[in-house]
Design a protein around this ligand. Structure first.
Ligand SMILES: Cc1cc2nc3c(=O)[nH]c(=O)nc-3n(C[C@H](O)[C@H](O)[C@H](O)COP(=O)(O)O)c2cc1C
Length: 184
């Protein structure tokens, strides 16, 4: 049976290192699992009024993609010691209706990449309670923090061997963990 992880980058820019990290992960997935990347640059800013006549098409598409996924893999940049506004906006849309949203019960993992020494670790600490508020289980494995990312990624390839090995093990352990979570 195929297992689909949905990769969600918190950065929309074409040269995003977080998106590149997810693309690199596509080549490191365990057997039987695939990672597809979510496109969501067309989402409007959250406005509850837009829900009244049914969600905008981009919102409906994103919610369906999350529903169709077996697991979510976030790659978050760190913006001012937190997650990016676009990622928070996506999660806000996806989290409605509360307690019955597409997010509820969908297992998640997270990565972060940044040029600095902290590697986005502070953003991960903000992402966790946000996901928990949407009733999203979080893989309690080791944190994947790719600091000094410019030295470790070339294009969509992780050139730093220890990082590639760590990511490969993380993806395998995360995929295995999702299988013991209750079905959403
Ligand atoms: C608005 C903004 C705030 C940022 N704040 C932080 C920060 O708090 N900590 C950090 O390590 N990097 C910070 N950065 C630098 C980002 O880590 C860097 O731009 C990174 O490449 C963004 O991820 P991306 O390559 O996936 O777009 C910030 C960048 C922007 C644009």
């Amino acid at each position: 049976m195929s297992f689909t992880m949905l990769g969600i980058s918190g950065s929309l820019r074409a040269a995003s290192t977080n998106t590149a990290l997810l693309r690199a992960c596509q080549g490191l997935m365990p057997e039987g699992a695939e990672l597809v990347l979510l496109e969501y640059g067309d989402l409007p800013l959250y406005n509850g009024d837009l829900e009244t006549e049914g969600p905008p098409p981009a919102v409906a598409r994103v919610r369906q993609a999350i529903r169709d996924a077996d697991a979510l893999l976030f790659a978050t940049p760190e913006y001012n010691h937190s997650i990016s506004g676009v990622l928070k906006n996506l999660i806000d849309w996806a989290s409605r209706p509360a307690f019955q949203s597409s997010l509820v019960g969908t297992p998640s993992g997270m990565l972060s990449a940044a040029p600095g020494a902290v590697g986005g670790a502070r953003a991960q600490q903000h992402l966790k309670p946000i996901l928990l508020s949407g009733m999203v289980p979080i893989f309690p494995g080791p944190e994947v923090v790719v600091n000094h990312v410019g030295d470790k990624l070339e294009g969509d390839v992780v050139t730093h061997e220890a990082t590639a090995a760590f990511l490969t093990k993380y993806l395998a352990d995360f995929a295995a963990w999702t299988k013991v979570q209750p079905t959403p």
